[in-house]
Design a protein around this ligand. Structure first.
Ligand code: ADP
Length: 479
């Protein structure tokens, strides 16, 4: 029997079965059934969050600390079960699912601590006898709209700071991964959040998400997803003069110089381009390789690709799980065909794989002979597909790396301090990695990009405060 998960609106679990959640490793396996909110429920959730804001914003650090710490502890205690469920609904491997769950626990723990560290400033005014205080307050009702590729970590890194700084929430997760979203909300709810502080509205983006964008009572929206939807969030938010924060795509370069340690470079490429089935906005989709190491690098990457185990996400031996669904699989295959038509050479993979159960299995694809002008080098594919672009030297590598509409992460593999330092200073990306994969950032430091990748203040770490608070400057004349 499949379970029915309901929406949480004003402290009540509500709704009838509306959508089914399918395991991408085995499409015969139904993970569960989920309520699907309509615009009316979205408006109820927004009204509940609005009503809950005054009390929650004044609740004080101890109450918020207790809820966030309890949530962290429960997620950590259940990491294997939640990680498995995440892998089952999203298709990333068990190790990746458990790792992401641990990260969510760490995020809640970090922001539990932050509730006790909120501070302001007190300075003398230029007018004698007058004092000026600068304090931070919650923004109000925050709309949180998340994608399917990190079903628990992304909701955690938005919900935890929103609550820590005294905001109330309407949370709309991606349709493909409602189980992880429901689990995190259930844990927070039982941890003692007052009614209305956190509302869950599962459902369609065009319905529930749009109702959030259209509401004058949503004071801020934090969004992670596609560029197209990000632009809609931006336009609607400007209309309502609300705060917004966008994390969108990437077309992240990994530069490999002639003096790189080949083993390190290959590790970075395999991890960065293909782990999590390449479904990360931080994935290394452009491998920009200097000509002196090019052939050795390509041979070594192909050798590693041959050995990768692609299969059921829940099988402990699997290193690369399936693509998340049929639509994404089609997008990956369409781009692989486009790459061929554009004149890149498919040096490995790109074909569908049969496994014991019906699922969306794709062999990781490696293009060589790609140019930076090709669509496969300019548009985000969001699958296990990477292109090798051959360059002459460091200068050309840097210029190709920066020649992109995106700017989320970048990486360089080199043993030259001079080139590593120059790259860190001149790469037009929000996050730069030296001898490390472009994906994989810590939970306590800022995450975000430039150009078409991101808009607004950074997420995570103490920098999250910029988005989830607003500054108040208050004057007192004490005589
Ligand atoms: P992806 O292609 O990765 O699914 P989307 O941008 O379509 O990216 O989805 C990211 C999130 O945005 C999902 O939760 C989705 O439901 C939501 N979304 C989609 N369309 C809209 C919309 N018109 N308004 C608000 N949210 C939306």
């Amino acid at each position: 029997m499949t379970v029915l998960r309901k929406n949480l609106i004003d402290g009540e679990w509500l709704g009838d079965a509306g959508s089914r959640n399918i395991n991408p490793s085995n499409t015969n396996d139904i993970v569960g059934e989920y309520a699907s909110a309509g615009p009316q429920e979205a408006r109820q959730a927004i009204a509940a969050a609005k009503a809950a804001f005054p009390a929650w914003s004044r609740s004080g650090p101890l109450v918020r600390h207790a809820v966030l710490k309890k949530t962290s502890d429960e997620i950590m205690a259940r990491k294997d079960e939640i990680g498995r469920s995440l892998a089952r609904e999203e298709g990333k491997t068990l190790a990746e699912g458990v790792g992401e769950t641990i990260r969510a626990a760490q995020i809640f723990d970090f922001f539990a601590g932050e509730t006790l560290r909120l501070s302001g400033e007190l300075v003398p005014s230029v007018r004698p006898g007058v004092g000026v205080e600068m304090t931070r307050e919650g923004v109000g009702v925050v709309g949180i709209i998340t994608p399917w590729n990190f079903p628990i970590a992304i909701p955690a890194w938005k919900i935890a700071p929103a609550l820590a700084y005294g905001n109330t929430i309407v949370f709309k997760p991606a349709e493909l991964v409602p189980e992880s979203a429901w689990t995190i909300v259930d844990i927070l709810h039982r941890a003692g959040l007052p009614k209305g502080v956190l509302n869950l509205v599962m459902g369609k983006g065009s319905v529930v998400g749009q109702a959030m964008l259209d509401s004058p009572d949503v004071n801020a929206i934090s969004f992670t997803g596609s560029v197209g939807t990000g632009k809609r969030v931006a336009a609607a938010s400007v209309e309502h003069m609300r705060k917004f924060q966008l994390e969108m795509g990437g077309k992240n370069p990994l530069v490999v110089l002639d003096d790189a340690d080949l083993a390190v470079a290959v590790d970075c490429a395999i991890n960065g381009a293909y782990f999590s089935t390449g479904q990360r906005c931080t994935a290394s989709s452009r491998l920009i390789v200097a000509e002196g190491i090019h052939d050795r690098f390509v041979d070594a990457v192909k050798e590693r690709l041959e050995k990768l185990v692609i299969g059921d996400a829940l099988d402990a031996r699997t290193q690369i799980g399936p693509v998340v669904d049929q639509t994404q699989l089609k997008q990956d295959e369409d781009y692989i065909a486009i790459g061929g038509r554009e004149g890149a050479e498919l040096a490995f993979g790109g074909d569908r794989l049969e496994r014991e159960t019906p699922g969306f299995y794709l062999r990781p694809a490696l293009f060589i002979g790609a140019t930076n002008a090709m669509r496969i080098s300019r548009e985000e594919i969001f699958g296990p597909v990477a292109n090798v672009i051959r360059v002459k030297d460091y200068d050309e590598a840097l210029s190709v790396a920066n020649d992109t509409p995106f700017g989320l992460t970048s990486g360089i593999c080199t043993t030259s301090l001079k080139h590593a330092t120059h790259f860190k200073r001149n790469s037009e990306a929000g996050m730069v990695m030296v001898n490390l994969p472009t994906a994989g950032v810590d939970f306590h430091v800022p995450f975000g990009g430039r150009k078409g990748s991101s808009y607004g203040p950074r997420e995570q770490g103490r920098y999250a405060m910029e988005f989830y608070t607003t500054v108040k400057t208050a004057y007192t004349f004490a005589g």
